[in-house]
Design a protein around this ligand. Structure first.
Ligand SMILES: Nc1nc2c(ncn2[C@@H]2O[C@H](COP(=O)(O)OP(=O)(O)OP(=O)(O)O)[C@@H](O)[C@H]2O)c(=O)[nH]1
Length: 387
């Protein structure tokens, strides 16, 4: 028979008791700390969800987070390929390039190829050469958390949390709360931008004052129906600035914007009142030309192209840049067709877009006419461009 364990002496019992009490105190302290952390995350999430404007959201993400997590450094990198966020901020009177700790990038993959692959939070020691791109303002950080913001499977930005305490973010820390916070931030960013867009833009492009794509989509079918009913010609131009990215890269986003505004002005100067000019997206403009056949449309396209090429454009911040555009031209094929107006409208747009692509492929700074029947390109040289 095994020997029963010796009965502990009163001194032993007091010792065990003290140990248990200490353990209990430490567990209670840990539980209340966890509760406090959870509450802080919860409060932050509620504040994010309650923000009503983009400036408010960005301030909540950076300054609010610094205060509520007691962190010296928070960095935000946002993917903004079409400069949508930057325009929304400009519209609210805020210069995006002047926002401390927030950067807008055209492409995350070229901004930081390594971090662009992150799909979950990374916590660990701050290493200057590797992390300076995300934390450019403080090389005294000791530990960091990089939170990728993912929306619909796409990386839309990063939140970088930086601390001077080497133990604040380590590989051993759980990152579920941080991941959740980044996801909620990405959703809030999308919602806020969408909401502001709706309010601000309506049917007009805020930067150029031209109509926007939504307006074109509404008008297109109407114009096609009218052209078919009255047997009038209808043409479409797709105009795209050449190597526009280089202008942004060399002279800054403000300069790129002044070029877009001037392009819109020069295009407008060539149009009739009945023509419909829209900014289709980025550096691409679309013209819908009622009562204009393919030859007339190609002549107009050539006038626009040469007007833009011949006079350099003054840019924001001083100086001039030389800009050229490529243009694709399409026209409704004459005569009846089995296609309904919706299909015809779609083909008209696709043909101009395809012709534009051909113009780009063949060297840019040129006009390319599409043959809407076959949707294949025909070189402009075959059209006389005498004014
Ligand atoms: N400044 C400014 N840039 C914009 C705006 N919208 C889009 N862009 C930028 O326009 C650039 C378009 O680049 P790409 O599509 O590569 O075209 P590209 O450089 O013009 O080259 P090609 O069209 O092939 O001649 C990207 O850098 C966008 O970020 C805007 O509203 N303002």
């Amino acid at each position: 028979m095994p020997k029963p364990p010796p009965t502990p002496s009163p001194t032993d019992l007091a010792f065990i008791n003290r140990q248990l009490r200490q353990r209990l105190t430490s567990l209670t302290r840990e539980a209340s700390h966890n509760e406090e952390v959870l509450k802080r995350f919860h409060d932050r999430e509620l504040t994010l969800l309650a923000t009503e404007s983009l400036p408010q959201l960005l301030s909540c993400l950076v300054d609010g987070m610094k205060a509520s997590f007691d962190l010296p450094n928070i960095q935000l990198v946002l993917h903004d390929p079409d400069h949508e966020l930057r325009h929304l901020l400009l519209h609210s009177g805020i210069e995006p390039e002047g926002l401390a700790d927030i950067r807008f990038v055209d492409e995350i993959a070229s901004f930081s190829p390594k971090h662009a692959r992150y799909r979950a939070p990374w916590l660990g020691p701050f290493r200057n050469p590797e992390h300076a791109i995300l934390f450019p303002t403080d090389d005294t950080l000791k530990s960091i958390a990089i939170l990728p913001m993912i929306r619909r499977g796409q990386l839309v930005g990063f939140i970088g949390l930086g601390s001077h305490d080497p133990n604040r973010f380590t590989r051993q820390h759980a990152s579920d709360f941080l991941n959740r916070l980044a996801t909620i931030s990405a959703i809030c960013l999308e919602n806020t931008a969408n909401r502001e867009h709706l309010v601000i833009s309506g049917l007009t492009d805020a930067l150029t004052g031209l109509h926007n794509r939504r307006y074109l989509e509404r008008r297109l079918e109407e114009e096609v129906t009218r052209a078919l009913r009255y047997q009038h010609p209808l043409s479409c131009l797709f105009i795209d600035a050449d190597h526009f990215k280089q202008i942004n890269d060399r002279h800054g986003h403000g300069a790129g914007d002044s070029v877009l505004r001037e392009l819109a002005l020069r295009v407008k100067e060539c149009l009739r009142l009945s023509d419909i000019a829209t900014r289709y997206g980025g550096e691409e403009f679309t013209l819908l030309l009622p009562q204009t056949d393919a030859t007339e449309a190609a002549k107009l396209a050539e006038r626009i192209r040469s007007r833009i090429q011949h006079k350099p454009i003054a840019i924001h911040g001083g100086g001039y840049v030389e800009v050229t555009v490529s243009i694709g031209v399409s026209a409704l094929p004459p005569g009846s067709s089995r296609e309904n107006p919706q299909q015809r409208a779609k083909h008209l747009i696709e043909a101009a877009d395809k012709a534009l692509y051909t113009a780009k492929e063949s060297g840019r700074n040129r006009v390319q006419l599409a043959n809407p029947d076959s949707l294949s390109g025909r070189a402009l040289e075959s059209i006389e461009l005498n004014d």
